[in-house]
Design a protein around this ligand. Structure first.
Ligand code: MN
Length: 209
């Protein structure tokens, strides 16, 4: 039984991602936005005991098969819970002042599929910029095992489209507005300092196995 859902532990403090993402954003994003997705998801599942046996991953992957009266609620709020649970782990504090780079097999495959790391970064940045309104940019493994950049609207997750995400960036205004205002591009640039490539590599390895 997976229901009910709780806020996952954050592995760093709210002020740990300064100066790239400031304390107030982290606190609100985690304690208010993420918690609200969880509360709404639990409320929807409370009325659907038959769905409580499914994992969050299964609910979101197969959201199109959900009963109509809870489909959009679970798609949006279950997606919100899944995406944010992933997002906190995609990041880690960085005091080095350097943008961290992927290593090993992941770097090799990024070079193989995108040309160079900078080419990949540019594609990812473009996807993040092009999200109209609210959504996410992703680095995924597609059905053929290839690395691809994708984007989703609202709280959709690439697993609903058959892609396995290994890295993603929240470009909802709530993720940056208090610090970066309308300058999403500045937020995207700053976020690269925080990427936890060891974790992304683990995600990649698990999918390839
Ligand atoms: Mn968010």
């Amino acid at each position: 039984m997976h229901y009910k859902y709780f806020l996952p532990e954050l592995e760093y403090s709210f002020d740990a991602l300064n100066p790239y993402i400031d304390t107030k954003i982290m606190e609100l994003h985690y304690t208010k936005h993420h918690q609200t997705y969880i509360d709404n998801l639990n409320a929807a599942l409370e009325h659907h005991p038959e769905l409580q046996q499914y994992s969050l991953f299964e609910l979101i992957r197969d959201f199109k098969t959900l009963p109509e009266d809870c489909r959009e609620t679970i798609r949006n709020n279950g997606g919100g819970h899944l995406n944010h649970s992933m997002f906190w782990k995609f990041m880690q504090p960085n005091k080095s002042g350097q943008i961290p780079l992927p290593q090993g097999k992941l770097l090799e495959d990024i070079n193989k599929y995108f040309g160079t790391f900078q080419d990949f970064q540019q594609q990812f940045n473009n996807a993040a910029k092009q999200v109209f309104g609210s959504g996410w940019a992703w680095l995924c493994v597609d059905n053929f095992g290839k690395l691809v950049v994708s984007k989703t609207s609202n709280q959709d997750n690439p697993i609903s489209q058959g892609f396995m995400p290994i890295l993603g960036l929240d470009v909802w205004e709530h993720a940056y507005y208090l610090q970066y205002f309308n300058k999403r591009v500045d937020y995207i640039q700053a976020w690269w300092y925080l990427v936890n490539w060891d974790h992304v590599s683990e995600n990649y390895q698990e999918i390839k196995e």
